[in-house]
Design a protein around this ligand. Sequence first.
Ligand code: ZN
Ligand code: ZN
Length: 338
Amino acid sequence: MKAFVVTAPKTFELQDVAPPIASAGEVIVRVNRVGICGTDVEIFNGSMPYLHDGQAKYPMRLGHEWTGAVISVGAGVDAKLIGRRFIGDVMLGCGKCKRCTTGRQHTCATRFEVGIRNGWSGALAEQLAIPARFLHEIPESFDDTIGALVEPAANAWRVADAAQAGPGKQILIWGTGTIGLMCAQFCIAMGATVHMVGKDPVTIKLAIEVGAKSAGEKMIEVDGGYDVVIDATFDREVPAKLVDLVEPGGRIVLIGLDNNSALIDSRKLVFKDITTIGILSGSPGLPHSIDFIKSGRVDPRIVVGATIGLDEVGDVFLGKRPAGAGVGPKILVNPSIL
Ligand SMILES: [Zn+2]
Ligand SMILES: [Zn+2]
């Protein structure tokens, strides 16, 4: 089968590789769609921190925001899964440690991260192996585009949940990329009022389309201030700024991640009585993401700019926009287009 492999920083090959074989407890999925995200770009560029502390090393097969159909099962897995459509958790915890048994398997010390950590091959390939216990079935009503967006949307659900988004809440989201836009969708669906700040006029326009009350390159002041501020950027300057912007007693939710540490003055958190929450993964949000999309409260497809084949992936990583791409920041890949 064909697989997109990163062999060194900014170096890639479309390789012919042996298809995976399901070990006990695993299934093999035919990948119908997979999204390219900021984490993938950082790994491609060689800047991702995991590459520097040994949690990841080249060659790597990227791709963790996937949807597909099960085509075979390993020992101990119900053959009735074959033919059904799923998405999968990115974080594959050991299942035995205290974190795994208390709902925090996404922080398991020995976890694999699909296409990211400890060498688990990702979904930028025709097929993918994954333990059956990490599958989530998607409803019939989901097309493949929605399927590939469930995982990033689950991150956004967790952000909105951590923000305690609801009626009466004024929320400022810094960053109008895919995750920022999806965070806005979930916060708005939960009843909050959202204002956004971004750098790109195109995605700033999308922010208004998803229902943000304001969006621009500069933030606006609102009566009563911001109860919650969310960092959805790759900008180390933003977190400290948000500490100054949030109302005393409010919340800061961090999902953005610069490759260098972002410094904040912890005294300000104390003096302002701020709750600060970091969101690593969508794992605990996956069922909620599916629910919100199924019920029509959120339709994440607006973030998609183009769907391409495996042969165009390298160009996208090198910074080229696919021909004919729309305005959405997210690029999806259909590995069966070769
Ligand atoms: Zn991602
Ligand atoms: Zn564990």
